[in-house]
Design a protein around this ligand. Structure first.
Ligand code: MN
Length: 732
């Protein structure tokens, strides 16, 4: 083909993609403003003309695809579709927001401008700037939620086409997606998009694991469909005989959720029993109450199959806070498998698939779930009003708000409060008032005394006990989970620290004076002196030192001691160097090689899937790929990711933590030690054992060189009489 022929073919393909979008738009409940959408397409087409994506395809296909997702999967209208078509024009061409405004109006221009501000990935080159960028996204979102919805559509298409990107970019983008976009989609009720985002990021985060699960699913597909047919036929017959108009379909668990379950329960693929499920979407009978119809279908199913006593989920009476409504029941199918059936009306299904945007179509009757979203946006605005928290912290706190599982608890007077799952008695205290929280000494739950970190359950009645003498304690931050309590505690500790810091400052100044050194906190301290002190006491900043001095955690005697031992606070470079080296050893900075630093949060071993992060001093931190800390770093510090060749070294001392549980008996510990040290000849570095109520638990720190060794050891330990569980754990 000649070049012209190729171009003509391409133009045909582009026009077809656009016509498909238009067709879906015209069929949607919006569907009237064809002209403006055509105009936006033509404008975007000529603006991006001649530009190609990395994959080689014409650039314009990307905005068309994003607009298509916005239309079909999210259910947005013409303003959003235009904005999606134009979303990269300002960023990538010479056109400005004003041009867009003149041609397409203020609304479209505002959305495009919002999308332009946060382009280039939420996270740019520097960690803090990245998080700042993210804050911008949220600010824009609280003004017009469509910005975020289109951003999610943009991300979904980028994930679908991630293959074309270089590997390090794939990691970064997939990490970001898993860390923030999938939870965000979930929070906004975009359930199917969330599932796809998770599955795609899983595919790029762990290619081998994804491949393994996908191929297993494929191999068993036929068997599964047979099971499904056996299961569904009797139900469909009954539904038909009752005059229901419905669609019943199989549901296969996504690779990502299968893997999650394997991880959480420490089970192999074969033992994941709920891979097959079913969904019924029905059209309510005219005039019938759709909720009651859900229960009618429930009754019909449970007359055929026995339901699991504790696995009925009623999101019909109380919808989830992201708007989700459905009735879930798990029943024993004919092949001896538990199968979950989701029962939804057309309207419920629309909301479940398209989330928030679908609510707008049903606004009149069902405003309750929408107001929950607004409540959430209110929390976000509240967060934004406290600019003192830094951007990174903001990102982490924001992420907390993305989980929507909730519990309902009651005050002594019977007033209901909604808290996130996992909330503690102390969270509840802060929820009532910050004064109650900060003076809290204990709580009574259902009239029984409980500790502050007691995890509340739905239905609990909670009474908070306070004392005027009580002040917040440092460990409290570990007891709370809600955004509100965390923020209050961090404000309170800032106030308290201010006083300690002032005291510490005057102590330090006094020391300098009595040593005859011409230095002070305000007037400046020489770098050598400051670093020497910080290193000696393991502080990162002067502030930390001053606060510790103020709290008497470091005493002036200790500082005098240091001055004495270093002859008037070190001038000698040698001693200084020694101190630094000593400190490095202390921090475990270089036990393996000069370059790799195994992070204690996950204790990676050769044989694990690992990932490295470049530190400013040139060393590389090694994390497991599924370590939570690594996920966080990956999404925030993408550019610092390096791949790590992780080979065992002759005299390296790697170690693994092995957790063993079982029924206690005589000589149990001896049998365990026998296997590890005699049979395998591995060193035991450390060992903790406890027996509570006849259950034996040991955590053993074993010196090893490779994950294979750990597997072999675990396997042998499992054979010991009375042992129920042997697992490698990643930290204590
Ligand atoms: Mn884009």
């Amino acid at each position: 083909m000649s070049k012209e022929q190729v171009l003509r073919k391409e133009k045909e393909m582009i026009d077809q993609a656009f016509e498909r979008l238009l067709k879906d738009y015209m069929a949607s409940p919006h569907g009237k403003k064809e002209d403006i959408i055509r105009k936006a397409y033509q404008f975007a087409y000529q603006a991006h003309d001649g530009i190609r994506r990395r994959s080689g395809e014409p650039y314009i296909l990307h905005p068309i695809a994003v607009a298509h997702i916005a239309c079909k999967d999210i259910g947005l209208g013409s303003t959003s579709i235009c904005a999606a078509l134009l979303h990269d024009v300002v960023e990538d061409t010479d056109y400005t927001v004003e041009d867009i405004s003149n041609l397409f109006g203020e609304k479209v221009a505002q959305i495009v401008s919002g999308l332009t501000k946060i382009s280039g990935g939420v996270f740019g080159e520097q960690a803090s700037a990245q998080a700042e960028n993210f804050r911008k996204l949220i600010v824009t979102m609280s003004k017009d939620i469509r910005v975020v919805l289109i951003k999610i559509a943009d991300r979904l298409h980028n994930m679908r086409t991630l293959e074309a990107q270089p590997v390090n970019k794939q990691y970064k983008i997939a990490g970001e997606t898993e860390y923030i976009y999938a939870p965000l989609a979930h929070r906004l009720g975009l359930f199917s998009i969330k599932t796809e985002l998770e599955d795609l990021s899983f595919k790029y985060n762990y290619p081998e694991k994804y491949e393994f699960i996908a191929s297993r699913l494929d191999a068993e597909r036929e068997k599964r469909m047979e099971q499904y047919d056996n299961f569904s036929l009797p139900i469909m017959n009954r539904l038909l005989s009752m005059g229901f108009e419905f669609v019943m379909k199989e549901r296969i668990k996504s690779a990502y959720s299968i893997w999650n379950k394997m991880q959480a329960k420490h089970i192999p693929f074969e033992e994941v029993f709920d891979i097959l499920g079913a969904r019924i979407v029905f059209k309510p009978h005219p005039g019938a109450d759709e909720r009651q119809e859900c229960w009618r279908i429930y009754n019909l199913i449970t007359q055929i199959y026995t339901p699991h006593p504790s696995r009925t989920r009623d999101w019909v009476t109380t919808p989830k806070s992201n708007g989700y409504e459905a009735l879930h029941v798990t029943v024993m199918g004919p092949d001896g498998l538990w199968i979950e059936v989701q029962i939804r009306s057309n309207r419920m299904d629309d909301i479940a698939e398209k989330g928030l945007a679908a609510h707008w179509n049903y606004k009149k009757d069902y405003s309750s779930s929408e107001s929950k979203i607004e409540e959430w946006l209110g929390t976000i605005n509240d967060l934004l009003k406290h600019p003192d928290s830094d951007a990174m912290q903001f990102l982490d706190t924001f992420k907390l708000t993305l989980y929507d599982a909730e519990i309902f608890v009651f005050t002594p007077k019977g007033e209901m409060k909604t808290l996130p799952t996992g909330a503690t008695a102390l969270d509840f205290a802060f929820e009532i008032h910050s004064d109650i929280g900060s003076h809290c000494i204990g709580a009574k739950v259902n009239n029984k005394l409980v500790p502050l970190n007691y995890e509340l359950q739905s239905g609990d009645q909670v009474e908070i006990l306070t004392s005027k003498q009580q002040t917040p304690r440092p460990e409290w931050i570990k007891y709370v989970t809600t955004v509100r309590a965390k923020r209050e505690l961090s404000n309170l500790s800032k106030q308290a620290n201010k006083a300690f810091r002032e005291r510490g400052e005057s102590i330090l100044n006094d020391i300098f004076t009595s040593l005859g050194m011409n230095q002070s906190v305000q007037g400046g301290i020489s770098t050598t002196v400051l670093n020497t002190i910080l290193l000696q006491f393991s502080f990162k900043t002067l502030d930390e030192l001053l606060i510790a001095l103020g709290k008497n955690e470091v005493t002036s005697e200790q500082l005098f001691e240091l001055a004495k031992s270093n002859g008037r606070i070190i001038k000698d470079q040698d001693i200084y160097q020694k101190l630094i080296n000593n400190q490095k050893q202390h921090n475990n900075l270089s036990p393996i090689t000069s370059n790799l630093h195994i992070c204690p949060c996950c204790n990676a071993l050769p044989g694990d899937e690992v990932i490295g992060f470049k530190n400013p001093d040139g060393t590389i931190s090694v994390h497991l790929r599924n370590c939570e800390e690594a996920m966080r770093l990956k999404s925030q510090q993408g550019p610092k990711i390096v791949s790590v060749q992780f080979t065992p070294e002759a005299n390296a001392n790697y170690f693994a933590l092995i957790e063993i549980k079982g029924i206690d008996r005589k000589r149990m510990l001896l049998d365990i030690v026998e296997i590890i040290s005699s049979q395998f000849d591995n060193n035991i570095n450390h060992l903790t054992v406890s027996t509570i109520g006849g259950i034996f638990r040991a955590v053993i720190n074993v010196a090893v060189n490779h994950t294979d060794e750990v597997k072999n050891i675990c396997h042998q330990l499992e054979m010991i009489n009375g042992i129920e569980h042997v697992n490698r754990i990643y930290h204590e």
